[in-house]
Design a protein around this ligand. Structure first.
Ligand SMILES: *Cc1c(COP(=O)(O)O)cnc(C)c1O
Length: 368
């Protein structure tokens, strides 16, 4: 019998809509939002000024090619702007990549505790998500390669990964790429790349320039502090760039985003300050949490995964509720297969201290 009303494709109905980190605690006046990996330093003042200047021309469509922004990114990283595509956040680019390369019957791979947007993107495209198991909360190259079938079209890898904060050394990324069939697109999501200080890490920019089946995505939402504007970019092979330019919205990046993004990417001092702040407080926070007897997964991003499985009589859910009442908003990660953990972003000094104080009070009640 024909349907009596419009029915979405089956894979659309298989999507659990993305639930963002909370941003409010009902009844609590002063809150510290540590639930979405935003930077406590805010954006570059140059980016704010550039955005304000755009207010004079809001009636005009933006440059649909985001020329100014691609030129600024190209200048910062020594890249040909023709190999760059900008998007309304890197989330848009991840979805467009799936739409361009995955169809019904095709498979897309992501990792066990990988970023949930990948699953949504694969299903949006009509494809079948395939989950590769991890080892020690870290992507496992052998497991990813074992998940590849003749129907695999795309592999999404966040490096470093959110919400675990772990990363693959570039040797391992090379081994992954070497093991993939040439027609499989490897998407390296470097949303937190600027924060990583390990010598064996690379976001994969050169690999995206030099191989026919690798793209690297980046975002202005994290270290650049422009999450509200929605700006991401990717670099990749000319054929992939061409495919995305055919299917993206003709004006997918707003004029304010183009102007602010171009100013932000040129402000190296602001980025360096954010890295220094993150390094210092990541170390402090890790020490404080371990002193409270908690297990913390070593992170190279701007957030920490804190485990409660070994805390007698106390769950992550209870810790989250207690923290909320104290005005500290963190991220539950049950939807990432981590029901006994919480993810906390590195915040301002005040926020970090409030988080530790509230957690100490919560755990102090645990043994009583
Ligand atoms: C935050 C994040 C992004 C960035 O998303 P935008 O759409 O650019 O705001 C991408 N990938 C991962 C893994 C993230 O955590």
């Amino acid at each position: 019998m024909p349907a009596t009303r419009p029915v979405p494709r089956p894979t659309v109905l298989a999507i659990d809509a993305y639930v963002p980190g909370k941003s409010a605690a009902p009844g609590v006046a002063k809150i510290h939002k540590l639930s979405s990996n935003e930077t406590p330093l805010g954006p570059s003042p140059h980016a704010v000024a550039a955005l304000q200047a755009e207010a004079a021309t809001l009636a005009l469509y933006p440059d649909g090619s985001a020329t100014h922004l691609r030129a600024a990114i190209g200048a910062r990283y020594g890249l040909d702007p023709a190999r760059i595509v900008c998007g309304a956040g890197s989330d848009e680019l991840l979805t467009l990549l799936a739409l361009a390369f995955v169809g019904p019957g095709d498979e897309g791979i992501y990792c066990e505790h990988g970023f949930l947007v990948y699953r949504i993107a694969i299903l949006t495209a009509g494809g079948t998500p395939v989950v590769a198991p991890e080892t020690s909360l870290t992507a496992d190259v052998d497991a990813i390669l074992a998940a590849v079938t003749p129907r695999t079209r795309i592999v999404f890898l966040a490096n470093p990964n959110n919400p675990t904060g772990t990363y693959l050394p570039f040797d391992e990324v090379r081994r992954l790429h070497a093991g993939l069939p040439g027609h499989v697109l490897l998407v390296l999501d470097g949303a937190y790349a600027e924060y990583v200080r390990s010598n064996d890490y690379s976001a994969g920019l050169e690999m995206a320039l030099e191989t026919p089946n690798v793209v690297m995505t980046r975002t202005f939402s994290k270290i650049h502090g422009l999450a509200a504007l929605r700006i991401g970019w990717m670099v990749g092979p000319a054929e992939v760039v061409d495919a995305l330019n055919r299917i993206r919205g003709p004006f997918n990046v707003s004029a304010g985003a183009i102007a602010a993004g171009a100013a932000a990417i040129a402000d190296d001092a602001h980025v360096a300050a954010a890295v220094a702040h993150n390094d210092m407080w990541m170390g402090w926070l890790t020490g404080e949490l371990e002193a409270l007897g908690l297990t913390v997964t070593p992170s190279v991003g701007n957030f920490l995964l804190v485990h409660f499985a070994n805390v007698p009589g106390r769950t992550a859910e209870e810790a989250d509720a207690h923290l909320s009442q104290a005005g500290v908003i963190v991220r539950r990660v049950s939807s990432y297969g981590l029901p006994d953990a919480l993810r906390v972003s590195i915040g301002s000094e005040e926020a970090n201290r409030a988080f530790v104080a509230a957690l100490a009070a919560f755990l102090g009640g645990a043994g009583a």
